[in-house]
Design a binder for this molecule. Structure first.
Ligand code: ATP
Ligand code: MG
Length: 320
C-alpha cells in the first residue's frame, strides 16, 4: 500500500499514496457515514482553515463523492469543466480541487437527453447523473486518487505538491470509502455527525468499518449541534439535547463506541451564514473573517480553526 498523504484530520482524513506525489506527502481524508450532516461544508472550510494556519500550508481538496459532488459548488467552481478530461486540479480561493463534476460534460448530457421544452434551462454538468456501478466507480476513484497532478495545482516553490490533502467522502460505508481504505494508506479520518441517536447509528457502522480497515480515526466533529440566538446569545440545542450532558442518549452512544472525551475534536454550531457561504461558493472560513466578537459566526470560526490545528498537530506528531 502506498502512502499519499500522511495527516490526521477531523471529518474524514485519509493519507493516500499518489504516483504524482512524493510518497511522503501528507494527506487527510474527511468522511461521515450519515448523509447531509455537513461533511462537504466542513471539508471545504477545513481546507481553508488549514491553509490559514501560521504554517501557511498548501492544501488541496479531493471530492470523492462521485455520485453527488458538492465541492465545485462550495468552492465557487460550479459548472467548470476540465479541458479534454485532464486531471489537473482547478483552483479557487487559493485551494486546488479535483472532482468528478469537472469531468462530466454537459454536452454529453444534452445530446443524450434533448429537451423538448424551449423555455428549459440549458443542461449543465450539475444535471448530469452518474449511473455507474461497481467496477466503473472503482476505476473513477482510482483515477482521481492516483492520476490527479497536484503539483500542477500549487503555487511556485512547492517542490512536492501539497502539504495536506482533504478528501471529501460520500455518505455510507459503500464502495468508495472501502476502495479508498484498501487502495491507500490513510493517515487519519474524521467523522462528522449531528448530535442525535439516528445519526449515531450510521456513524457506528462507519467507525466499525474504519477500524476493520485499520484506518486511523482521529475523532468526531459534532456539527449543527446548537444554534446561538443572535438576540439572547443563548445556545439552543437542536437535536437530542445537550451532548455535554452525560445522560444524553447520543453522548452515551459515543462513549460506548470509545469516541468520547478528547476524541470529540470539535463542536460546530449551526450558523446561517455558513450555509449561505456554501451556496455562494465562498467558504465561511474566508468570508466570515472579520465578523464581530458577538456574532455567532465567531464561535464557529474559532471551533473550525481549533479542528484544523488539532489535525495538523496530530499529523506532525505522527510523522515526526
Ligand atoms: N454548521 C452549519 N451551519 C449552517 N448550515 C450548515 C452547517 N453545516 C452544514 N450546513 C448546511 O447543511 C447542508 C448539508 O451540508 P453538506 O452538503 O455539507 O452535507 P454532507 O454531509 O456533505 O451531505 P451529503 O451526505 O449529501 O454529501 C448544506 O445546505 C449546508 O450549507
Ligand atoms: Mg457532501
Amino acid at each position: 500500500m502506498r502512502t499519499l498523504y500522511s495527516n490526521r484530520a477531523f471529518l474524514r482524513i485519509i493519507l493516500v499514496p499518489f504516483p504524482k506525489f512524493p510518497a511522503e506527502d501528507p494527506s487527510v481524508e474527511v468522511s461521515s457515514c450519515k448523509g447531509g450532516v455537513g461533511k462537504s461544508t466542513i471539508a471545504t472550510n477545513l481546507a481553508v482553515s488549514l491553509s490559514l494556519l501560521p504554517q501557511r500550508l498548501r492544501v488541496g481538496i479531493l471530492d470523492l463523492d462521485v455520485f453527488g459532488p458538492s465541492i465545485p459548488t462550495l468552492m465557487g467552481l460550479k459548472n467548470v469543466e476540465e479541458p479534454d478530461g485532464a486531471l489537473i486540479p482547478i483552483t479557487n480561493h487559493s485551494i486546488p480541487t479535483m472532482s468528478m463534476a469537472y469531468l462530466l460534460s454537459s454536452a454529453s448530457h444534452s445530446s443524450s437527453s434533448p429537451s423538448t421544452n424551449p423555455d428549459s434551462e440549458p443542461p449543465t454538468n450539475e444535471d448530469t447523473p452518474v449511473v455507474w456501478r461497481g467496477l466503473m466507480v472503482q476505476k473513477a476513484v482510482q483515477q482521481l486518487l492516483f492520476q490527479t497532478d497536484w503539483s500542477a495545482g500549487v503555487s511556485q516553490g512547492a517542490s512536492s505538491g501539497l502539504d495536506i490533502l482533504v478528501v471529501d467522502l460520500p455518505p455510507g460505508t459503500g464502495d468508495i470509502p472501502l476502495s479508498v481504505g484498501q487502495l491507500v494508506d490513510v493517515d487519519s479520518t474524521i467523522i462528522i455527525t449531528t448530535p442525535d441517536v439516528l445519526s449515531l447509528s450510521d456513524v457506528r457502522r462507519g467507525v466499525s468499518m474504519f477500524r476493520k480497515l485499520e484506518i486511523p480515526l482521529t475523532g468526531l466533529v459534532i456539527n449543527n449541534g446548537y444554534f446561538i440566538c443572535p438576540n439572547c446569545t443563548e445556545r439552543h440545542y437542536l437535536f437530542g439535547g445537550n451532548p455535554n450532558d452525560s445522560e444524553n442518549m447520543f453522548t452515551k452512544g459515543v462513549k460506548a463506541m470509545g469516541m468520547d472525551g478528547d476524541r470529540i475534536i470539535g463542536e460546530l454550531p449551526l450558523v446561517v451564514d455558513v450555509g449561505r457561504g456554501g451556496e455562494k461558493g465562498i467558504p465561511y472560513a474566508l468570508s466570515g473573517r472579520g465578523v464581530g466578537d458577538n456574532d455567532p459566526g465567531k464561535v464557529w470560526l474559532a471551533a473550525m480553526t481549533s479542528v484544523a490545528e488539532r489535525i495538523w498537530g496530530e499529523i506532525q506528531f505522527n510523522t515526526n
